[in-house]
Design a protein around this ligand. Structure first.
Ligand code: XMP
Length: 323
């Protein structure tokens, strides 16, 4: 029978054989997918794995610190943190097209890994030939790599890879759905906060700003997102929703009145969804009082935002992310 224990054993054996005495690197995104993929590969090859965390400046508030602390504490994995914020923001300057943003972020990710690899290779030891990725079955299908489904978005960890990719890929979760990945994480002894982490896209807040991505806009969105997450957690709703993207409509402005003056600010969109596997989704019927608290706090605490709107679209036709 097909159990998570079997999957782990099979993958561990396969990874060991594939990697041999070479080394692998794995990009940690902070999400459950890359964490479980890394933990699985670490179980297989131990210190032959080095994890790399790219701080692309598109993460949510506190997320980088959480990866550095929680994941390392849980697994004892070797972690290299690369601060690449400036590089990503420079590459994204002036870009507004969603697919172009995704391609740029995917490309820069690989470049930064290659740089990190060069540094790791410069250490003593065997060659680093493999790159571990937490690609799931739905990612494969949606990128047209699975059953021939049309390419909907080029997910950065599947499509959008540059031609000059220098690694062989290890994708141990490629046949699995999210709930199965969580079971594997649990089986591998990862802490609850990691195993039950809501999904967050690789391109991060870069695809949650409709319009050009700038540091100022990111900081503003980070504040709004942190408020929404805080209130959802306080209301005990984390397990009821699949995820709740918070989106900044940077190219839209509307008139408001705050304090004793007219404002001309930006809207924030709340996109709470319920889903089984992200292939389809429905908008979450959140309690009105929770929505009200989020709205009041965001407009009070983030001065550039004067309006909070709720996305009530299912998937299809709307995707979960706005870009
Ligand atoms: P969509 O927007 O396509 O999202 O309905 C489906 C799920 O995938 C996440 N997502 C991504 N995850 N890299 C990722 O690792 C990506 O480029 C990416 N784009 C979307 C999204 O958050 C949702 O859970």
């Amino acid at each position: 029978t097909w159990t998570m224990g079997n999957v782990i054993e099979e993958q561990v054996a396969a990874i060991r054989e594939l990697v041999g005495d070479k080394r692998a690197i794995c990009g940690l995104s902070g999400g459950v997918d890359s964490a479980v993929a890394a933990a699985l590969v670490q179980k297989a090859i131990g210190s032959q794995l080095t994890c790399v965390y790219v701080d692309h400046g598109l993460m949510r508030k506190g997320e980088t610190e959480q990866v550095e602390k929680d994941f390392v504490a849980a697994t004892g994995v070797q972690l290299k943190v690369v601060d690449a914020e400036e590089r990503f923001l420079t590459a994204l300057k002036g870009v507004t097209d969603p697919e172009e943003k995704r391609k740029i972020i995917g490309r820069e990710f690989i470049r930064v890994f290659e740089q990190a690899q060069a540094e790791i290779v410069a250490d003593e030891g065997p060659a680093v030939e493999f790159l571990v990725q937490g690609t799931l079955y739905p990612d494969v299908v949606e990128s047209g790599g699975g059953t021939g489904t049309a390419n909907i978005k080029s997910h950065h960890n599947v499509g959008g890879l540059p031609e000059d990719l220098e690694f062989k890929l290890i994708e141990p979760l490629r046949q699995l759905f999210k709930d199965e990945v969580r079971m594997i994480g649990q089986e591998l002894g990862l802490p609850e906060e990691i195993v039950h982490r809501q999904p967050f896209p690789g391109p991060g807040l870069g695809i949650r700003i409709v319009g050009e991505v700038t540091k100022e806009r990111l900081d503003l969105l980070r504040e709004a997102d942190a408020i929404a997450r805080e209130e959802l957690t306080a209301a005990g709703l984390d397990r009821d929703i699949w995820q709740c993207p918070v989106v900044l409509l940077a190219d839209v402005r509307s008139v408001g009145v705050q304090g004793d003056g007219r404002t001309y600010g930006h809207p924030i969109v709340l996109r709470p969804v319920s889903s089984e596997d992200a292939m389809t989704a429905d908008w979450s019927r959140l309690p009105y009082d929770v929505l009200a608290r989020i709205s009041t706090r965001i407009t009070n605490e983030v001065p550039e935002v004067n309006r909070v709107v709720l996305d009530v679209t299912s998937k299809p036709p709307g995707t979960i992310e706005w870009e």
